[in-house]
Write a protein that binds this ligand. Sequence first.
Ligand SMILES: Cc1cc2nc3c(=O)[nH]c(=O)nc-3n(C[C@H](O)[C@H](O)[C@H](O)COP(=O)(O)OP(=O)(O)OC[C@H]3O[C@@H](n4cnc5c(N)ncnc54)[C@H](O)[C@@H]3O)c2cc1C
Length: 438
Amino acid sequence: MWEFETDPAYQEQLDWVDTFVRDVVEPLDFVLDNPFDKRDSRAQAIVRPLKEEVKARGLWACHLGPELGGQGYGQVRLALLNEILGRSRWAPSIFGCQAPDSGNAEILAHFGTPEQKARYLEPLLEGDIASCYSMTEPRGGADPTLFTVRAVRDGGDWVINGEKWFSTNARHASFFIVMAVSNPDVDAYKGMSMFIVPAETPGITIVRNPGVATEPPEQGSLGGVRHDHGYVRYTDVRVPADHLLGGEGDAFAIAQTRLGGGRVHHAMRTVALARHAFDLLCERAVSRQTRTGPLASLQMTQEKVADSWIDIECFRLLVLRTAWLIDKHKDYRKVRKDISAVKVMLPRVLHDVAQRALRIHGSLGVSNEMPFVSMMVTAEALGIADGPTEVHKVTLARQVLRQYTPVETLFPSGHLPTLREQAFAAFADRLEHEAAEL
Ligand SMILES: Cc1cc2nc3c(=O)[nH]c(=O)nc-3n(C[C@H](O)[C@H](O)[C@H](O)COP(=O)(O)OP(=O)(O)OC[C@H]3O[C@@H](n4cnc5c(N)ncnc54)[C@H](O)[C@@H]3O)c2cc1C
């Protein structure tokens, strides 16, 4: 059965979310700073009652199962929710599904021990603390087999040394999940492990906090994602053996679980951002006058509207279908090709729609009084974060090509003369019989 409608009860919830985000949450983006800074008591005092409201509606961390404080709604419903939340910087944390914490929560839930869950997962799910995923290294992140950060067993501890790059929210995190080489003598896919490292552990230095493009300019860069991406040095960082997440050598499997979800969640929120740009594009098209009428009456404006609408709808359907596949298989590895497809399409759609909206707004569009430049930079960042587009295209193509086998014949299976010959041979008796009857 094919359904393209949301069930009425959940749609009612979504309608409430839409109004709540528009009226209450979006204005916060202009007045509050970083959602990950849990020490910002002014911000926390304002958002705490809002989180309670979300919890009371049964919409807190709604993708997680009830055992983790969520509703177990799954990825499709999360996608529909994120289509709204993606409009606002603050909305995901008010609804308990903020990256990178949501991905970190997911792997702690999957692979954590009961003690790890009590100490790290529970406060993370409550939104009381923030976390950091520290995987990429300064010498290259697209190929994790080249990572050099080392974890060495020393008695009852692991000792970590090396540098990580672009560890988002390092300076606001209460703990880091660090991927390190724990056994250099085996294949890289089996020689790396994940460690939970509390932020107060001696030996962690944040060398600096690069931002993306021009951020952070000032408060309220609507449409931008205001993060800090820590350049982190680990020097003789010592954690007890029970801070290993999962088993020794499990880092790749854990990373796949985490990144699979994270990529799709970014895509869901991107639908919201692209739609926002589209709405502004259309509003400007019908508002701005030329000597012959509104911009909307010009065919090249109409082309921008049509192309953008088609791009967003195609992307949205691909995202929803991928979310549905994740719910169905409950195993990201089975949906790798689809997730890669979403990841490839995401930056292109956001970039193109934002760029068309920018153009329609002329000088205002390129100014810092509209969100389009920021959206285009976000698109570029999303084309690199969680693996560059090129790598995802390779993943997708490899998976697809695996389903094909080479032909032994001189000409391909679609060769028309060969097919015609085969068809005539298959029907030869009938054709001769019919000819004789005539
Ligand atoms: C906004 C943002 C947030 C991030 N947050 C985090 C985080 O929280 N934690 C974390 O660990 N990392 C994070 N990252 C880092 C991200 O995971 C890496 O940037 C990404 O994996 C690419 O690694 P790199 O930047 O070192 O690029 P490189 O590996 O140097 O690649 C550079 C370019 O080379 C090309 N390329 C590389 N390999 C291939 C290939 N196999 N085939 C074809 N072309 C290729 C691509 O064009 C690629 O963009 C974040 C990045 C961004 C932009």
